[in-house]
Design a protein around this ligand. Structure first.
Ligand code: NAD
Ligand code: WQD
Length: 681
């Protein structure tokens, strides 16, 4: 941990390939990060996946560096101590066709950034330069591996923008020696994060070797063209210094720390090569990637590519000794991680059948995203807020109550569509005993604690989602995660809660899982959607139900806490008020996910042709007819009914039920519930 607690590192281009990996490393090293990116060559999904990896929100601003006004606002809002500057256009070939665009974006963008930094007295910058500034080093006799003092002579407009920016930074330092600039000249970054969650996602046809090869391996391109095998290398193909992107990312932390350690009041301008110091040929990389994939990939040797040179290998001694940094991974590691990224995300961040937008009136607020997945006749929308279900549309009929704006969601207290946690349903007197000690919770329901307390999961912004297709490509999967801090609403221990939705042709399944660092903490998670099958009517009156059980927990009418007795609930419609916990099966497990799903309820309405079936692995479910709903102008009493599978009410205070809900740091909490839809027979 080397970051300071209150200040932020501004990462420009943080949604991009190298930027996103660097943000992960910065946060892992204790830095706070704010990202600015205009998403011209990236997508916000990269940021949301970074958040998922580091399990923390990362502030993001969709701002073009050339927009000084908007950039200035970010500097006003955050206490920025330094900048890592990735934002640039980077395609060598393209730069020869549209040089002005490259100079404007890269050079002008950097000038605006530096002006804004100066105006806010921020004088620390780590700059993404490139080995391309050296040009064709074979023009010298003894310059390979390439040292930093090798004269610069970039051969294309892209490389020249890097050269110009390096010089601007040098001139600024000459004028004011309190500026600290680290110039990092990258060699060939490859690979992806080992989690498979972030990686390189090139638009269009990839220019670079490994992204192209990965698309051949996944079937998006026919074969690799190898640009020349008549070079003076061991196999005739050119030599490059390929560096794993995670090693490269770590080089930025090392550079930042080096700058931070420069004597108080003094500045610095210095260049470092970030490479492994080891060259590999195109065939070396080809074979390493084929090994990762498990079979040979098609290729054809074609003529040399314009501008390619024999050898670009770094002399990385300066970074090794001064920054105390060196690359730890090799091309086999990079190929393995790239292959995982590719197979987990065959189309990069894009997933067919998925799109997101933000709730009405919250343009640019990335915390109020709505994620919609569509599968044949079913379209389901989810929110980060509460990892809630906002909409379930089957055969053009909406089946749940949902709202349009974040303010509406925040102001209602009926758990509309939300994930309920950390503890669904009631805990008597808002307290329980653990290890001989009494734990007191937030009492938000008379004497009791209800649905996790007044600031439960329904009011939290979940991170993610990771959106992907299932292994058989059939279903769409969305994974949200929430870190609920120790002490939140009074609960002991940190809880990491994951909510995974799977959407198929005719069902939505939700799987909950949770882990804790505590020796014991109670957990009970469920979903609180208000279902309405009455074809867009405002009430559920007339809804017919078939329940798999009539065994209900008897509760004290005053405290609403179980008495210990079992009563009978025999109903075939929802015309009366219901708020009962029905017992499905005996269970004593903290994790029911591996149990088979059991159908607990079937519901339909005479005015519609649709049927809802609810199946769960859970021992019980609360059935509630929404009699207390009151959202003026939107939803009133009995607008929908809730089916809330979970553990028995107040289990944490009942000796024989305790093991159902008490999670320790050696176990995982889990459950599954499936809501499926069909036409009436
Ligand atoms: P990338 O395109 O994935 O990331 C660059 C990010 O900057 C993108 O997210 C893009 O949307 C953003 N951006 C571009 N112009 C912007 C602007 N005007 N305002 C705000 N955001 C803007 O590229 P990358 O591979 O991650 O490269 C990052 C940096 O490293 C670049 O400066 C690049 O020149 C340099 N570099 C890359 C390589 C390489 O092979 N990938 C090698 C050497 C140097
Ligand atoms: C690597 C080798 C090709 C594609 C570029 C930029 C450089 C830096 C990194 C930003 C070469 C061969 C490639 C293919 C092939 N970027 N190849 N078939 O050219 O070393 O460097 O990216 O700063 O500035 O120029 O990388 O991945 O394109 O090529 O045979 O389809 O693979 O000839 O020898 P390069 P690359």
């Amino acid at each position: 941990m080397t970051g300071t607690t209150n200040s932020y590192i501004l990462v420009t281009g943080g949604a991009g390939y190298i930027g996103s990996h660097t943000v992960v490393e910065l946060i892992n090293h204790g830095y706070n990060v704010v990202i600015v990116d205009n998403l011209s060559n990236s997508s916000y999904d990269a940021v949301s996946r970074v958040e998922y990896i580091v399990k923390k929100p990362v502030p993001f601003f969709n701002v073009d560096l050339r927009d000084s006004e908007k950039l200035g606002k970010v500097f006003e809002q955050y206490d920025i101590s330094g900048v890592i500057h990735f934002a640039a256009l980077k395609a060598v070939g393209e730069s020869t066709h549209i040089p002005l665009k490259y100079y404007d974006n890269n050079v002008n963008g950097t000038i605006k950034l530096l002006e804004t930094m100066a105006a806010h007295k921020v004088k620390t910058i780590v700059f993404s330069s490139s080995a391309t500034v050296y040009g064709d080093v074979t023009r010298f006799k003894d310059m390979i591996p390439i040292p930093e003092h090798c004269p610069n002579d970039p051969t294309n407009p892209y490389g020249k923008t890097k050269y110009v920016i390096e010089n601007i930074l040098h001139d600024i330092y000459n004028a004011d020696t309190t500026w600290k600039s680290a110039i990092l000249r990258y060699f060939n970054p490859i690979g992806a994060h080992p989690s498979g969650l972030i990686g390189e996602d090139p638009l269009g046809i990839p220019n670079n070797l490994l992204p192209y090869l990965a698309q051949v391996a996944i079937g998006r391109r026919e074969k690799l063209s190898i640009f020349g095998n008549d070079y003076d290398s061991h196999d005739g193909t050119p030599i490059r210094d390929y560096i794993h992107v995670v090693d490269l990312a770590k080089g930025h932390i090392a550079a930042l720390e080096y700058l931070n350690n420069v004597t108080e009041g003094a500045g610095l301008f210095r260049e470092w090569n970030l490479g492994t110091g080891k060259g590999s040929t195109v065939f070396d990389v080809y074979h390493a990637f084929c090994k990762a994939v498990g079979h040979e990939l098609p290729y054809e040797v074609v003529g040399r590519r314009d501008g390619d040179v024999l050898d670009l290998t770094a002399n990385a001694t300066r970074a090794n000794t001064e920054l105390k940094w060196s690359a730890e991974k090799n091309i086999d590691d990079a190929c393995r991680d790239l292959w995982k990224w590719t197979t987990d995300n065959p189309k990069g961040y894009a997933v067919a059948g998925y799109q997101w937008t933000t709730l009405a009136g919250t343009d640019g607020d990335y915390t109020s995203r709505v994620h919609t997945v569509t599968k044949d006749d079913l379209s389901v929308s989810f929110l980060n807020y509460g990892a809630s279900i906002q909409k379930v549309e089957f055969k053009n009929q909406n089946l749940v109550c949902g709202l349009d704006t974040l303010d509406e969601y925040k102001s209602q207290d009926i758990y509309l569509g939300a994930t309920v946690g950390r503890y669904a349903n009631r805990i008597a007197n808002g307290q329980f005993e653990i290890n001989g000690e009494t734990v007191k919770l937030d009492k938000n329901n008379g004497e009791n604690s209800l649905h996790g307390g007044s600031n439960g999961f329904n009011k939290q912004n979940f991170l993610g989602p990771i959106v992907k297709r299932s292994a058989d490509e059939e279903n769409l999967i969305l994974q949200f995660v929430l870190v609920d801090k120790a002490g939140a609403n009074g609960f002991p221990g940190e809880l990491i809660a994951a909510v995974e939705y799977t959407v198929g042709n005719d069902f939505v399944e939700v799987e909950y899982s949770a882990t804790t660092d505590a020796s014991g903490t109670p957990v009970n998670l469920t979903n609180h959607s208000y279902w309405n099958l009455a074809g867009n009517k405002s009430t559920i009156d007339g809804t017919q139900v078939k329940l798999a059980t009539s065994k209900a927990l008897e509760v004290d009418p005053n405290t609403l806490i179980p008495t210990g007795n079992v009563s009978t609930l025999d109903i075939s419609n929802l015309d009366g008020k219901v708020d009962n916990c029905l017992i499905v099966r005996e269970s004593s497990q903290i994790n029911t996910s591996s149990e088979s799903l059991v159908e607990v309820l079937e519901a339909s309405h005479p005015d519609s042709t649709l049927v809802l079936r609810v199946e769960t692995t859970e021992p019980s479910f609360q059935l509630y007819t929404g009699d207390y709903v009151d959202i003026p102008g939107k939803f009133g009493p009995r607008c929908g009914f809730c089916v809330e599978p979970g553990r028995l009410i107040n289990a944490v205070n009942v000796e024989k039920w305790k093991q159902l809900v008490l999670l320790d740091n050696k176990s995982t909490y889990g459950s599954r519930t499936r809501y499926s839809f069909k036409l009436k027979n």
